[in-house]
Write a protein that binds this ligand. Structure first.
Ligand code: ZN
Length: 370
């Protein structure tokens, strides 16, 4: 039986259920990022109470600290971090390739780089990326891909596409953990021919799901959404589609409209660290003096632990004093906001009303900044 089932569609947008070894995920789904086996500053029960269904773990970081062998010895990543729901692990490809000046050599066999922890030379191959994720015991493992920067030459982009397919074919043959699903990743930037080629080649390898990689890395946003629209339509309809690394409210609604089922981003926790809140009427920078006497909650429609009890004035004080509670409350709020936005989108798709939902949400978001 296929682990994924589409339960409703509205235009290209769809709602579905993905079954994993640690339970079902209802899609579309926003996946909070727990890079180092923690969603920064939050207890896993808090993350669960916010409505999170699945967390991301990071192959690159966990391989070096504390080590995937150690995590396996201690019973796997779920047990290690006290999270019994689904976990997706990325392959480390994005981290290796985004730290460009640490790369020593990329060839068809793998990539050699100096790791950020002790600077020693390390080699990642598709087989190792799979082995690390098998040790972690994640529910969904991602293929190692070659992620080129935005704006490189077409020839280099083509190289990355070719290598990504060759690596995916090798990783597909490597042993995985019991019940672990495995997703392929497409590359090709916003180049129509290369993205199409990559999408077809990865689909041909018949993974459990397919991801769009190498977008949201600094290219033109309009071109990114155009590419997402047509590239998503080329991806197998009966399998989950994952857009890697998008988490701003408008971006989430755009990719859902294109037919994407899963997405992740560090934005909610990273935004919290800058003292900002995501709200339905736009972003609030709490360092702004206009909040000094503001007794309203961050968002009067939100039921998170920050909004149900504290004023903007108090949160502004915590942020300005770099108090840990401020960081925690903003993280709780920002995550709740994106999880609710996504849950609302799912319900709108089920009602056949996603177009209105998206238009209303985007109008509200623009209201505050206008
Ligand atoms: Zn809130």
């Amino acid at each position: 039986m296929s682990p994924f089932e589409v339960t409703a569609t509205d235009g290209a947008a769809r709602a579905g259920v993905l079954r994993t070894a640690h339970g079902e995920i209802r899609t579309p789904v926003f996946m909070p990022v727990g890079t180092k086996a923690t969603v920064k500053t939050l207890h896993p029960d808090e993350v669960l109470d916010l409505g999170a269904q699945i967390l991301l773990g990071n192959t690159y970081h966990l391989h070096f600290r504390p080590g995937d062998d150690l995590i396996r010895e201690l019973g796997g990543l779920h047990r290690f971090m006290g999270w019994e729901r689904p976990i997706l692990t990325d392959s480390g490809g994005f981290q290796v390739f985004s730290l460009r000046d640490t790369i020593a050599k990329v060839d068809d066999e793998g990539v050699t780089f100096r790791n950020v922890y002790d600077g020693s030379a390390t080699r990642f191959t598709p087989e190792l990326a799979q082995q690390i994720q098998a040790n972690l015991g994640s529910d969904i493992a991602m293929c190692l891909d070659h992620v080129p920067p935005a704006g490189i030459t077409r020839r280099k982009l083509e190289d990355a596409v070719r290598r990504t397919t060759a690596w995916a074919a090798r990783q597909r043959d490597a042993p995985r953990a019991d019940g672990q699903l495995r997703f392929g990743i497409t590359q090709g930037g916003v180049d129509e021919e290369l993205r199409r080629r990559s999408t077809e080649e990865i689909a041909e390898l018949d993974f459990d799901g397919n991801a769009i990689g190498g977008l949201a890395i600094g290219e033109d946003r309009g071109a990114m959404f155009d590419t997402t629209d047509w590239a998503t339509a080329l991806m197998p309809a009966g399998k989950p589609r994952y857009f890697m690394g998008i988490g701003d409210p408008e971006g989430i609604l755009e990719v859902i409209e294109a037919g994407v089922d899963m997405f992740d981003c560090v934005l909610p926790t990273r935004t919290a660290r800058t003292g900002s809140a995501l709200t339905r009427t736009g972003r609030l920078n709490l360092r702004n003096a206009r909040f000094a006497r503001d007794e309203a909650p961050l968002d009067d429609t939100c039921d998170c632990p920050a909004c149900s009890r504290f004023t903007r004035a108090y949160l502004r004080h915590l942020v300005n004093q770099n108090e840990l509670l401020g960081l925690r409350l903003l993280s709780l709020h920002n995550l709740r906001f994106l999880l609710e936005l996504t849950r609302g989108a799912r319900e709108a798709i089920e009602r056949g009303d996603f177009g209105t939902y998206k238009r209303d949400a985007i109008e509200r978001l623009q209201w505050a900044s206008s």
